[in-house]
Design a protein around this ligand. Structure first.
Ligand code: HMN
Length: 292
């Protein structure tokens, strides 16, 4: 197994009852995930609410994870922000804290040119010695990464991979073709982990892995030994769960399910939506399906 293969959990952030980052819960969640045998953690991404936290909070969250995970799992720090300056500060902090790699979405809110996007990413890349993983998620950033921009970015040997969150496994395969064998492609949508791996992804980064790490670790294992029918039936089982999760406010539901698994990471930060009492029955059903 090379360093960037298998299941990378897009980790939730943990808050206390006042909504402040809760390092001890974050360490517990880290321990829970590592004990399940995941390959690594992705901190501060979409699921991790990094984009709605202050720079200081993002640092605190990463520090807590590193304290627990150092030397035991690969940690990728998502440092994407709406402005380049914050991302550079987060990049330097991630390097000092011992993260293995950096990753960032494209600039969001303002629609900027390809040239500006490259400058944004290059500023982060140039600020440390760490490897860098592009995070392609056009549905939220509005920036669509083309094969030619990927090709240019890849000229820099520090750019080791791309995480692709679109439903096109054709696009995933095209990115793999641009990147070549040693370039790491991470599958984004958890619903198509198996499909992504078949089309060339080396690994996956996903938010729902965190509430059912056992199922994704088992799925990855079946893929690796070539038992594709078994892998498909696991993916189908996972998708029955995800489909039901998507009927709820997804990030709020993930936090509740983590609570049911024994770690209280608090709720989600506004404007993300909490689950409420009316969702109780659906959450119970989800929990039972996961634990079956
Ligand atoms: C992250 O940065 O949190 C994840 O890597 C993003 C990941 O691809 C998730 N996508 C979004 O949150 C938009 C998926 O895990 C997603 O939640 C899942 O496939 C359910 O649709």
């Amino acid at each position: 197994l090379t360093k960037y293969e298998g299941v990378f959990v897009a980790m939730n952030s943990c808050y206390d009852e006042f909504g402040e980052v809760n390092p001890s819960a974050a360490k517990k969640l880290t321990r829970f995930l590592l004990d399940k045998g995941v390959s690594g953690l992705y901190v501060g991404g979409s699921t991790g609410e990094g984009l709605i936290q202050s720079v200081e909070e993002r640092k605190r969250m990463l520090e807590a994870v590193m304290e627990e995970a150092r030397g035991q799992a690969v940690v990728i720090a998502h440092i994407g922000a709406a402005n380049t300056r914050d991302s550079v500060e987060l990049a330097r902090h991630a390097e000092r804290t011992g993260a293995d790699a950096l990753s960032s979405v494209a600039p969001f809110y303002y629609r900027v040119s390809d040239k500006a996007v490259k400058q944004h990413w290059n500023a982060m890349i140039d600020s440390t010695e760490l490897p860098f993983i592009i995070y392609h998620i056009p549905s939220t950033t509005g920036f669509h990464l083309s094969a030619s921009v990927l090709q240019e970015m890849k000229q820099n040997p520090k750019v080791i991979g791309v995480k692709i969150t679109t439903s096109s496994t054709y696009e995933l395969q095209q990115f793999k073709a641009v990147g070549g064998d040693r370039f790491v492609v991470f599958n984004g949508p958890d619903e198509q982990y198996l499909a992504g791996r078949m089309m060339g992804a080396n690994a996956g980064i996903g938010g729902t892995y965190g509430v059912m790490p056992e199922l994704f670790v088992a799925l990855e294992r079946q893929i690796r030994v070539g038992k594709l029918e078994e892998a498909l039936s696991l993916q189908v089982r996972i998708n029955e769960i995800i489909t039901r999760m998507l009927e709820l406010p997804i990030y709020g539901a993930l936090k509740e399910l983590i609570k049911r698994r024994g770690i209280d990471c608090g709720g989600v930060r506004a404007p993300l939506e909490q689950v409420t009492g009316e969702h109780e029955r659906q959450l119970d059903e989800l929990y039972n399906r996961i634990m079956q």
